[in-house]
Each structure stands twice: as C-alpha cells, then as structure tokens.
Design a protein around this ligand. Sequence first.
Ligand SMILES: Cc1ncc(C[n+]2csc(CCOP(=O)(O)OP(=O)(O)O)c2C)c(N)n1
Ligand SMILES: [Mg+2]
Length: 603
Amino acid sequence: MYTVSDFVIDRLIEWDLHTYYGFPGDGIGGLDGALGRAEDDHKDFRYIRPTHEEMCALMATAHAKFTGEIGVCIATSGPGAVHMLNGLYDAHGDNQPVVAIVGQQARVAMGSDFQQELNMERLFGDVAEYVKTVTTPMQAQLVVDRAVRIAKASRRPCVVILPADVQDLEMEQATVAHFVSRTGVGHASTRISPPQDELARAAAVLNDGKKVAMLVGQGALGATDEVLAVAEKLGAGVITALLGKAVVPGDVPYHTQQLGLLGSKPSWDMIQDCDTFLMIGSNFPYGEFMPPIGQARGVQIDLLPRHLSLRYPMEVNLWGDAKATLAALLPHLAQTDDLGWQEKIAEGMRTWDAMLESAAMVSADPINPRLVFHHLNALLPDDAIVTADAGSTADWYGHHIRLGRNQMGSLSGSLATMIGAMPYAVAAKFAHPDRPVVCTIGDGAFQMLGMNELVTIKRHWHEWGNKTFVVMVLHNNDLNQVSWEMREAGDPRWDTAQSIEDMDYARYAEGLGLRGIRVEDPDQVEAAWREAFAADRPVLLDIVTDKNVPPLPPHVTFEQAKGVAKAVLRGDPDRLQVVGNSAKEVASELFARVGAKLGRDDD
Ligand SMILES: Cc1ncc(C[n+]2csc(CCOP(=O)(O)OP(=O)(O)O)c2C)c(N)n1
Ligand SMILES: [Mg+2]
C-alpha cells in the first residue's frame, strides 16, 4: 500500500529536498517506518538523527544557510515538537527557509488531552509562516506543497502536522472536484529587481554622496562581485553584518568587517562620518549604530519588503534580490574619481588590524582568547567553514576572523541562541563533507548540548571525505559573555549563576574515539591549531582561556563603561584581574577614564 507517509517522502524528493534531520517517536512512527522503507529502496535522501530535536531544527536552519536550499527537520508530537521550537525560531530570526514535519496523535484523539497531544497549530502558530494539520490523505499534497513553497518564498519556517493515523492511510491523489486544490511542484525565481525608474532614483542619491557607507548582510551572499563593483564605483567603504561576513573577502582594504558591539572601530567611524548609507540584504538590528538623524541619505535593497526602512528611514527602498538589483543598479552609477574617503577607511582599518594583533598578543591567565582566534584566522584552510556561538566566541569571531572568498561562516544571529555553533558545524559538514569545518564554542554552550552532539560526530565522521572537524571549546569556566553584560549593566559578576563546572573536555573527546588536545600555554596555541588541522579525525581543542579579557567594543559607550567600573568597585569577584587585564587591553584607558569620572558621576 502506498501511504500518505510514502507520498510525503516522494514529494520532498520531488521538491529536490534530500537531507532530513529527524528524531523518532510513535507520534511520527508512520513516517519513520516509511523513511526506513524508502532508505531500503535507496531513494534519494539522507536521514540524519542527532541527539535532540532542537539540534534537528538548528541543523535544518544551518543547512539552509550553508546550501541556499530549504532545510528539513522531523520530530514526533508533543515533546519532540516542543524541543524543535528553538531551532525553528532561529530560522525565523535569520530568515531561513525550513520545513518541519511533526507528528500528532490520531485524529480521533484530538481535543481529548491525549498523551503527547498538544495544540500544534497554536504551538507553531507564532514561529511558522504556514502551519497546517493534514486531516485526509488527499490534503497531504496541498499541505506539503504549500509548506515548501511558502518557506522558500517567505524565508521562514513552515510546519506540516501529520496525525498518527493519517500517516498510515492509503494515499489518494487530488481529484477534480469542488474543494480540491491540485497543487504543483517548483519554485519561482527570486532573482527579481526593481523597475528602472526606482533604480534611477536610488542612483541619484548614491551618485550625489561623497562619503558612502555600505552595510551588507547575508542577503548579499553570492553577490560579492556586484557589491565590490558598486563600492568601487562609489568610492564607498563596506561594513558587513555578522551574518554577511563572508560576502566581502577579508582582504578588501576598505572592508571594515562588522558593526556594533562586536564590530570594529573603523566601521563605527565610517557610520559616524558618512553622508550616504546603502544597506543591502541586512536586517541589522541596532539603531544606535546607524547614522545620527539627518546625517545621511539612505538607500536600502532587500528581497523581503518587511525589512525595508525598518531600522533607518530610507529615502529610496528597493525591493529585490541583492545580486540582481545591484547588477541592474550598476549602469546607473557614476564612476567617482575621488577615492579619498575609501582610502581613509582603508587606513583606519590598517591601524585597527595592528591594534587587534597587539591586543591578541597581550598576556593573560593563562591564555588570551583573542590569541586563539588570531592563530585560527592565520591557519584557517582556504575552503573552511567556521561557526561561532552566542557567547564570547561571537565577539572574537567578529573581530579576528577574516573570511576569504572560498570560506563560509555563520552563527545564530537574530535569536543568538547558545549551542548554535555545534549543530551549525555538524550540518555544514553533512552539506559539505569535503570541506574542513571549525566549530568555536564556549564551555557553557558545550555543556548545554554541544557535548551530546560530539556523539553524533563519533557516529558519522568515518563517512566524511575530509576528516577535518575541529571543535574548539573556549574553556573559561564562565558564562563569560553574560558576566560582561552584567558588568556593563553595573552588576558584579554573580558566581552562583555564572560559573561553569570545570571538566576535562579533551578526555571526553578521547573517550569517544576522537582526538582531544588540551592547551594551557599561550605558546602552544598555534601548534595546537596546526595539529588539529593535520589530524586524521575530528579534534576537540580544549583551550583554557582567561575570563577576564573583556570583549568590549572599541568605542564602548560611556554608560556601558560606567557600568563596568561600578561593578568592579562594588566587589566583583574578579575585580583585580579584570582591572589588571583591561589595563593592558583595548579598553584600558576607558576603564581608567571612567573610573576617575565615576567618582564625580556616581549616584
Ligand atoms: C539558549 C540561551 N540561553 C541563554 C543565553 C544568554 N547567554 C548568551 S551568551 C551566554 C554565556 C555563554 O557562555 P559560554 O558558552 O561559556 O561562552 P563564553 O561567553 O564564556 O565564551 C549566555 C548565558 C542565550 N543566548 N541562549
Ligand atoms: Mg564560557
């Protein structure tokens, strides 16, 4: 018998979706059974079962990010569905197309508070652009097709709910009848660009600018040549949002990397001084890092109209794909002969780079986390994929990693969920088994669920063409990012909540048959990275770092710095080390200045 579940699998394959991250349960048992049969029949798909449904959904999001395709995740009803929510919100926040297929109890049980029965449409109602329960076999085609199409078009998660009994019913093809929609497979191209008159209006603003700042996000991935061509014509500087880091190669001299709390000083300076602001494919959230009111005329390009003029009042809004729109815009742009602004930005970036390097060389107890990323950046293989987590790795990744044309990198951006680095790295490896993958993760996130996912790596690493998979645990025994956030808010670091239990991560990895390397000496960091990249199997790099090196931005606002100084004065358990380290660090003079001022301003 050809069941609804058999059909769902065939339809996903017909939609060109071949990688599914799932976790079983009787609520999705009929589909699991069909997946088993389909695997025996060598159907064209891969089912990967990580250790947790949250991982499935985060992996589906990462799959979308690293392939440009739709991510697929599968879970059982009730707890499995609830576990997936965080990963689906990650897709929601970072505009990734994901289709989740979840089980539900049998139709006759619905509304009876049956075991593991939840109101799934309500549960997913906020996160999903489309969520629907398949109530009859004939409806299955409609619901699957709509979920896949809407996920891609809206760049949001969509959810197909399959009641347990429906999964095993005989499939019925859609008929020509009242109430019946006969849906089809196939996406429309999204390479859309705005009409000529709107392009001309945008070009008039841009051509008029003498100091153009470009802010480029992940929507421009794949449009590197067009972004650079526009920057060259306008003599602009280019900032990349964290998720758009890979759009512009790290060696472009006027690329100032990121903006904001983990951004660079040249980015901040560029924004403060620009007269024209061109935002491309980004939903960068922090308004305080955008140009002051009245300073800059704005143009924005985005494929999602809901992003237009959202964070900054734009003069011209262009609704279109970044690559197609920039290509259509280019003939309208005049070639500037004044590269003074761009050169000034490049000069600022050279100074910043030198400063970052010296900040990485500052001694710490025992290892300066910046040093870890400094060496990683120098040794990163040409086609590597790097992930970072929500903790301080995001700061160091933003500052010290310069992605080249062939490299990729990502993290949970908008949701900024802890643990993202690990499922992102695993999904990157499944999507690109011939490329080296590096996961950078804090010890807190590693203990949260990262440790579990090392088990998935144990299970699968033999299959990968390229065995390089390095998990670097930033071992600071602290929820460090939040310790600093507490200080910035004026509270001392709270040991009860902030401490992470010490453990031997390298030995844990060795216990799984992987390589474990523990580093406690700054002089060994570079060699450890080399060893990890040369290893014949996945490596856990346990690097013991100093929690008292502040991940403060270069232009810390007075309020934040005042908070840190207050916290230190109020008896932060690490006060002496913090003061000692920061005196040597980027923010050193700030602490001194704020400390002095605090005497007068403190209330
Ligand atoms: C799921 C989740 N819980 C809590 C937070 C808040 N948070 C952000 S960073 C962080 C600390 C992370 O600690 P760790 O993973 O050890 O990284 P570190 O900052 O020490 O490098 C916390 C608790 C979050 N972003 N996500
Ligand atoms: Mg930590």
